[in-house]
Design a protein around this ligand. Structure first.
Ligand code: BTN
Length: 343
């Protein structure tokens, strides 16, 4: 991996003046905010405010400007905007620093470079497109669509690895629950261990990577690829499962900056469950079953190089998938891939 100081990727910061302007426009809802009010609050001239409005319009914000009334935000852009993201993150009660790069090789790689360059966790790396997005088991994660979300949250927990053994499962649970709030009529599920599904179609994948040393876990990188607003024609086709997006599921474009903040909050909640020891056998046994897309389904799984067929029966206390085979025995699947044999 290249030296972080040589990273060729552009890092965009949320500009305080843009945050201030957007906060006022957002707070006003459907009402207008007068140019002179904005100029007074931001200690700028009205032409300077107009200049900033034009810059936001050029980015993709629809802002109505009416003489003697002022400005009104009509529509947010459908891509990540650093100031909008920062406001959404704060509105969700989060403090986590967010590094936004319009393009990057992989947000997990960038997070690693940031750590190597001395940045301390927790922090999030968010991008609108990855040139080398990667998935589990050495697969590629196609990441060209700016309407989707690619992010990595980095933590530096000084904890034994076992304490984080269910972290990815909890991330799936918390992400499903949070996104379900935006799509109440469409049951979102987890396909053990790392995918989020709707009716057998995948809309998100999770990739957790860790660095260990003699004292245990050093750095935890949680990567999330979430198909937010990509249209059916734009969805990556993978042999493992047909892909979908939140927009395709619910039929409505979702505010991607708010969805990013929601996802960051869900990941933080999952992390807190693990570090505050509320990750108990009972809490996992309660949260998992309603979201388990595989329960009672015929699946095949790889175990010790062999393909096993059986019926998925939930997870055990360690988080392994329980597979009941034809002879009635139970096999625990701890890693690898599971394929549905019937939809
Ligand atoms: C999978 O389903 O195989 C996991 C996909 C994880 C993709 C995300 S996108 C953000 C982060 N950066 C990467 O390169 N991969 C993860």
């Amino acid at each position: 991996m290249s030296n972080p100081s040589e990273s060729e990727y552009r890092l965009l910061q949320a500009r305080p003046d843009e945050c201030c302007l957007l906060r006022q426009l957002l707070n006003a809802g459907e009402s207008f905010v007068s140019g002179s009010q904005l100029a007074h609050d931001m200690d700028l001239s009205p032409p300077a405010i107009w200049g900033k409005i034009k810059k936001l319009q050029a980015f993709g914000f629809e802002i109505e400007a009416v003489r003697n009334r002022g400005y009104r935000l009509v529509k947010q852009p459908e891509v990540i905007h650093p100031a909008l993201l920062e406001l959404a993150v704060k509105a969700h009660g989060m403090e986590i620093p967010c590094l936004y790069l319009p393009v990057v090789d992989s947000t997990n790689n960038e997070a690693e470079r940031q750590i190597a360059n001395g940045r301390r966790g927790p922090f999030a790396v968010i991008s609108s497109s990855q040139t080398k997005g990667r998935g589990r088991l050495g697969r590629e994660w196609i990441s060209a669509s700016k309407e989707n979300l690619y992010l990595t949250v980095t933590y530096e927990p000084r904890l034994p690895l076992e304490q984080l053994q269910h972290f990815t499962l909890w991330c799936g649970i918390k992400l499903c629950e949070a996104l379900q709030g935006r799509l109440p009529n469409f049951p979102l599920k987890i396909k053990w261990p790392n995918d989020l599904h709707y009716e057998g179609q995948k809309f998100a994948g999770m990739l957790t990577e860790a660095k260990l040393d003699a004292d245990g876990l050093k750095t935890l990188f949680f990567g999330l690829g979430l198909n937010v607003n990509s249209k059916p024609d734009n969805l990556p086709r993978t042999p493992q499962a047909p892909a979908t997006s939140l927009q395709t599921i619910g039929g409505e474009t979702l505010p991607i900056n708010t969805i990013a903040a929601l996802a960051l909050k869900a990941i933080q909640e999952a992390f807190e469950i693990c570090i505050q020891n509320t990750d108990t056998e009972a809490s996992l046994a309660e949260a998992w079953p309603p979201l388990d897309s595989l329960y009672g389904r015929a699946v095949t799984a790889e175990l010790n190089g062999k393909t096993l067929a059986g019926i998925a029966q939930g997870i055990d206390a360690s988080g392994a998938l329980i597979l009941e085979t034809k002879d009635g025995s139970q096999q625990m699947i701890r890693t690898g891939d599971v394929t549905l044999t019937q939809f």
